[in-house]
Design a binder for this molecule. Structure first.
Ligand SMILES: *[C@@H]1O[C@H](CO)[C@@H](O)[C@H](O)[C@H]1NC(C)=O
Ligand SMILES: *[C@@H]1O[C@H](CO)[C@@H](O)[C@H](O)[C@H]1NC(C)=O
Length: 498
């Protein structure tokens, strides 16, 4: 058979990294889990309504690139003390590495009464808005991230996507996000003792914000609807505008009928600096607490984009900036009470799914759940593979046609196409299986790929997933870094040959 002569990419090299906890953490201070009833959050024990007073927390180091802020206890301890000084109760983190240890940071947060809302999609493993795919790689990483955080009582919720569709040309991507939402919610309900809610964070594009809002809260199946909605809202800039003139009042009217909790998943326009945060008085006061559940200031650390509350100096000390002090002043007098859970029984209707149009294109049929077992099965059959075409590895969220191997990795898809060429064009001449040294003949361990596409992964803590790298050992000869662009280039070349 023809198989790509390439090492499977260092699929989670980091799983080898074990962070040993060298000292006892003691009994973690357990915060009461937050639950949802109707369109509000509540403390599950005190039954008080919960309003998010949050900050986006993702300090970056340009020289290092992506780092997981919840894997650094020293930094967490330093920052949590300052967050406590502000009276915050929530952080939003965009990127973590599920292979690292998070117990210490999560304990520091819990001890300070701070919850976590975590984004599940990191750039390396995410649905790309212009070229959406929902692959085994994305799904496996999401499951690992859920597993890494589902046991902490102060994990408030997960975001399954952030601004994936962000204009009227990228709406198809939302079908892929909704498929990931479905699988994530199903996974949580089968593997977690607590139903951790899953939401979506929208940008504020005037052309499609209402469709997005409706899309993620519509449909018959509970697992295909979000549990809460976030809006990244930057409309209120400076003290020259107010609740009515900033756009906030219009946004409030738009979500007043929404049946699930909504909050500002980012806010804090920085066109006027230092920021005085006048909007906080509306967000956590009578203007908005009847319809919203608080908000998350963007962002903790001062970075190139100039939104920081705190400057992390080269000596690793954190220095509060004037935005920090201004936010502190704004927050100090605000203590929204809301309603008690037991006396709150409002039930608003679900949203209506948006009509399909030239500017709202996602097909009602969602992509299937990716299965690494199906991809492995296919690859093990390749020598005797019959007729095929690009259809099997392509995906189209507009037509709702998802190829049976469209969720496989780039090397697996490429092997499938190499094999097609070798079998059908090359007439199985060994010389036609080379592709500049990228491929070589190997023995197939399966007669055909018949039935492969229906092979499912086991749904247990991510451990049932097979790493397709293992079975290639001894065959692979070359290191090959697969990428979507690389795959596309080869496919274009292959199609030209056909
Ligand atoms: C699509 O969005 C662009 C801006 O991103 C806007 O100019 C255009 O009017 C929109 N088209 C429709 C049909 O809404
Ligand atoms: C929710 O917002 C709408 C629209 O602004 C407003 O009429 C209504 O009074 C608000 N509800 C509460 C409980 O504040």
């Amino acid at each position: 058979m023809v198989r790509l002569a390439g090492n499977t990419p260092p699929f989670f090299k980091a799983t080898a990294v074990v962070v040993a906890t060298l000292f006892s953490l003691g009994q973690a201070h357990a915060l009461n889990p937050i639950v949802i009833k109707g369109s509000k959050f509540f403390d599950s024990v005190t039954k008080d309504q919960f309003f998010i007073k949050g900050v986006a927390y993702q300090p970056r180091t340009l020289s290092v690139g992506f780092t997981d802020p919840l894997s650094k206890p020293g930094d967490c301890k330093r920052d949590v003390a300052l967050m406590r000084g502000l009276g915050l109760n929530t952080i939003r983190v965009y990127q973590v590495d599920p292979a690292l240890g998070h117990d210490e940071c999560m304990k520091y947060l819990a001890d300070a009464g701070i919850y976590l809302i975590l984004d599940l999609a990191v750039p390396k493993h995410s649905i790309v808005r212009n070229n959406p795919e929902y692959t085994v790689d994305i799904w496996n990483n999401v499951r690992k991230t859920v597993d890494a955080f589902k046991s902490f009582p102060n994990t408030l919720g997960f975001f399954v996507g952030n601004e994936v569709t962000n204009d009227n040309l990228t709406t198809v991507a939302s079908a892929y996000v909704k498929a990931l939402l479905r699988d994530t919610k199903t996974y949580i309900s089968t593997t977690s003792s607590r139903k951790i809610p899953v939401g979506y964070a929208n940008n504020d594009d005037p052309n499609i914000r209402l469709q997005i809002q409706d899309y993620f809260n519509c449909g018959d199946k509970e697992e295909e609807r979000i549990d809460f909605f976030g809006i990244n809202l930057y409309e209120w800039c400076g003290t020259g505008v107010n609740y009515k003139t900033s756009g906030y009042a219009e946004r409030t009217a738009e979500i007043a009928y929404y049946s699930i909790p909504v909050f500002l998943s980012e806010f804090g326009c920085n066109l006027v600096t230092p920021r005085a945060f006048p909007e906080v008085k509306s967000i956590l006061g009578p203007d908005m607490t009847g319809n919203w559940s608080g908000g998350i200031v963007y962002e903790w650390s001062q970075e190139d984009n100039n939104y920081g509350l705190v400057k992390i100096n080269p000596d690793n000390n954190a220095q509060p900036l004037s935005d920090y002090n201004n936010l502190k002043t704004s927050l100090a007098s605000l203590h929204p009470q809301g309603v008690k859970m037991d006396s709150y029984n409002e039930k608003k209707p679900l949203s209506k799914c948006p009509e399909i149009s030239s500017t709202w294109e996602p097909n009602a049929k969602l992509p299937p759940t990716p299965s690494s077992a199906a991809c492995d099965c296919m690859v093990s059959s390749l020598a005797f593979c019959g007729m095929t075409s690009c259809d099997d590895i392509s995906t189209n969220g507009k037509t709702g046609v998802y190829g049976k191997y469209s969720a496989c990795s780039a090397p697996q898809k490429l092997s499938y196409m190499y094999n097609y060429y070798y079998t059908n064009i090359g007439k199985k001449a060994a010389s036609t299986c080379n592709f500049n040294g990228m491929a070589k003949l190997v023995a197939a361990s399966k007669v055909s790929d018949q039935g492969c596409s229906s092979v499912k992964d086991q749904n247990t803590d991510g451990s049932g997933t097979t790493n397709s790298g293992g079975q290639n050992e001894g065959i692979v000869t070359k290191s090959f870094g697969p990428s979507i662009l690389g795959l596309q280039a080869v496919l274009v070349a292959l199609v030209a040959m056909l």
